[in-house]
Design a protein. Structure first.
Length: 731
């Protein structure tokens, strides 16, 4: 196998000049993994470099395994090459030199994120500090570790009093040592200390690794950069590949400036550009170039491709988030029903996961299997499960599982010890946990301290129960959130908390939508409906991907829908005050656009329910930067037009909504057409069965016979497009 003949000219030049310091700026879809694996294979097969003298570092186990497989196919045995993530490499070094670590034994544990969080909470509790600040302390510790600075330097440069953070930091370090454990960040910092404190250890690895390769270099943080710099000082053969245009993880420590620093710190550096894209159509690549050219902190490179021109990118405006989801799911159904694409070819991408619920609901309506990539389905998210647990104790006061989940959320001082006493009191008096709390709230001899802890919770519960008969479902759910100050648990201004608050708002809106569709629906009705939806899962590979953009970096799809492209969402509102954050948002949009191979659709809603209210929105400035016309008049999804164009005339349209381009169409070959469904058979009063929702009754036929309002026994009223809906007539 001729390794060189498999590469283009730019890749060949980088491969043939791998000696010394090499920086390859690799655009999206430009074959960077191929370059890395072929360069390593070339060094082994053609240059006689021993596999044991090569170190290759990447960021995920999946990427490391892919590199191993590709190199194995090119050279055969690779057992002696170090190909791993940064954390795995550091762990290996620490295990090999455990005798140098006076504080640890060879059996030291590696704590997961949940393990380290639990330990940190215990440290904070032992210091008698407020548990509400645990996340802040975790952020301080991680920042110091990843930026390779001590906590005193951090505290000195901080705008707030960090005396408590210093105490927590030092106590947490002591607790790790006491537990003979390291968390992920400490694997890096302890490896750096090992290399810096023991010259003989550092020299051993410096001499061994004649060539060092680093993938996704734009995602390295400060300490990872410093470790690489230490290891490469003897042979000085350091080959890094990255793309500053795809750095989207600065919020977790990534520093794309490392790409620019590399040119100075490792001088002289040979720089090569990979600009040929093998993934996308010319139209998609041209659009991506227009977008990212608006960033200032980047190398001057322009992607190009020999792929076909491809279809126009569509920019669609919708009435609201429900109309956006209905239209896109109908579009996906049309694509897959005609055999153009498989579900696994398609992804719906969003900036924040708070946008997912309408899409999950519409996909469920039409029995279209999907998966949430890199995250949880809406009703499985922690903040939503907490909220549902609050509501469940009003419909089922005996639900101890729900009560225990939220008894100390938000924090109200009811810890494990208090819960043990409470449960024992309930057991001794043959009471449910909630009734035991009610008794204690009224005062019980010998339980004065516990009374003070549970009384506020029970007072709020009784108050809400009294108000409930006079409130609508939507009003009651809103009152529960306010009375128990649920939003107060997410007040720290982090990306994670912002999304949790948005998810709560989306949940409240879903209650409102359910109530509007189901008249006098009760809280029990609503909880039963969402429990059914939450329990539904799909098995198999033939599923559509629903994901945030962050979670699909490195993946590609034939068809991509980027939704919620609105100011305040994509880009996030906070970016309006910072050019740095605006550029990160733009890089994120660039990543979203370049996931598409053949078709790309961008959309926004004219109004959206977020931040506790429905507001009018404006299209993202990124649409204008990409040269897409977002000013077209919007109208609601036209069910009749959709069915007529897609089914009766066997014509596939770009979209049954207004787009920036003309409404062109093409005819599908007869052999690919599927038999049309006769929707005239559906009548008001018919009993039907849905594979997910169960039995229901058609209560109205609307939109000229195209759609039906159906009341299902378990999930209430839903409006379905009859041609798409998987319905079986029962009577």
């Amino acid at each position: 196998m001729d390794i060189l003949n498999q590469l283009n000219e730019s890749q060949k030049q980088a491969l043939l000049n791998a000696k010394g310091a090499v920086l390859v700026t690799a655009g999206a879809g430009s074959g960077k993994t191929k370059l890395l694996t072929h360069t390593i294979a070339y060094l082994i097969k053609e240059q006689g470099i021993l596999p044991e003298n090569i170190l290759a570092i990447t960021f995920t186990n999946k990427a490391a395994n892919e590199m191993k497989n590709r190199i194995f196919q090119l050279v055969g045995s690779i057992s002696d090459i170090w190909i791993s993530t940064f954390h795995s490499m550091c762990l290996r070094m620490l295990r090999q030199n455990i005798g140098k670590l006076a504080d640890y034994t060879s059996e030291f544990s590696v704590y997961s994120e949940s393990d380290s969080e639990k330990l940190l909470k215990q440290v904070v509790k032992d210091l008698s500090l407020p548990l509400d600040n645990v996340k802040h302390y975790a952020t301080v510790i991680s920042f110091c570790q990843n930026h390779n600075i001590d906590v005193y330097t951090y505290a000195k440069n901080s705008r707030r009093d960090e005396d408590d953070s210093i105490k927590v930091y030092e106590s947490y370090e002591e607790a790790l040592i006491k537990n003979n454990a390291m968390d992920f960040d400490h694997l890096l910092s302890n490896a750096y200390k090992l290399l810096g404190s023991y010259p003989e250890v550092l020299r051993k690895y410096q001499e061994r690794f004649e060539y060092i390769f680093v993938d996704e270099f734009q995602d390295t943080n400060t300490i990872q950069y410093d470790i690489v710099r230490l290891l490469s000082q003897v042979h000085k053969n350091i080959f890094v590949v990255g793309d500053e245009d795809q750095c989207i993880y600065t919020w977790r420590g990534a520093n794309f400036q490392n790409i620019f620093n590399f040119k100075t710190d490792f001088a002289p550096v040979k720089v090569y550009k990979l600009e040929q894209n093998y993934r996308s159509t010319k139209t998609i690549i041209d659009t991506a170039n227009k977008l990212i050219s608006n960033n200032f902190e980047r190398f001057d490179k322009v992607l190009w491709t020999e792929n076909e021109q491809g279809k126009d990118i569509e920019c669609n405006k919708y009435y609201d988030e429900q109309n956006e989801a209905e239209s896109i799911v109908a579009k996906i159904w049309a694509m897959t029903n005609k055999g153009e694409y498989k579900l696994s070819d398609i992804a719906i991408l969003m900036r924040i996961n708070a946008l997912s619920l309408p899409f999950e609901q519409k996909l469920l309506n039409y029995n279209i299997p999907y998966r949430i990539y890199g995250g949880f389905k809406f009703y499985e998210r922690q903040e939503i499960k907490n909220l549902i647990s609050y509501l469940r104790i009003f419909t089922n006061p005996s639900d101890e599982t729900a009560l225990l989940r939220i008894i100390n959320f938000p924090k109200r001082g009811i810890g494990d010890g208090a819960i043990l006493r409470l449960r024992q009191y309930a057991l001794d008096n043959n009471l449910s946990l909630l009734n035991a709390m009610k008794n204690l709230a009224n005062g019980v001899d010998g339980y004065s301290q516990l009374t003070q802890k549970v009384k506020p919770f029970i007072s709020s519960y009784i108050k809400l129960e009294e108000q409930r008969p006079n409130m609508s479902l939507h009003e009651f759910v809103t009152a529960v959130i306010d009375e128990y100050a649920i939003r107060s648990a997410y007040l720290d201004s982090t990306d994670e908390n912002m999304e949790k608050l948005m998810n709560i708002d989306v949940f409240v809106n879903s209650v409102d939508e359910f109530e509007k569709a189901n008249g006098n629906a009760t809280l029990s009705d609503y909880l039963e409906s969402i429990t059914l939806e939450a329990d539904i899962d799909y098995i198999g590979d033939e599923t559509l991907t629903l994901s945030t953009v962050h979670s699909v970096k490195g993946l590609e799809f034939k068809v991509v829908f980027v939704v919620g492209v609105e100011e305040g969402i994509f880009p996030l509102s906070r970016s309006s005050y910072s050019q740095k954050e605006t550029e990160e948002e733009r890089r994120l949009m660039y990543v979203a656009v370049t996931r598409a191979k053949e078709r790309l659709f961008l959309s926004y809603a004219q109004s959206r329910y977020l931040h506790g209210k429905r507001s009018y929105t404006t299209p993202s400035k990124f649409l204008d930067e990409m040269g897409l016309d977002a000013s077209q008049k919007q109208r609601k999804f036209d069910y009749t037009s959709f069915i007529h164009r897609n089914l009766e005339n066997n014509i596939f349209i770009k979209q049954a909504v207004t787009t920036h381009s003309s409404m062109d169409s093409y005819t599908v070959a007869d052999k690919n057409e599927k038999e049309k469904k006769d929707i005239s058979i559906y009548k008001v009063g018919q009993k039907v069965n849905h594979p997910k929702f169960g039995k229901g009754e058609i209560v109205d036929i609307i939109d000229n016979g195209v759609c039906a309002d159906i009341v299902f026994e378990n999930v209430g009223k839903k409006t379905l497009i009859l041609e798409i809906a998987p319905l079986e007539i029962l009577s």
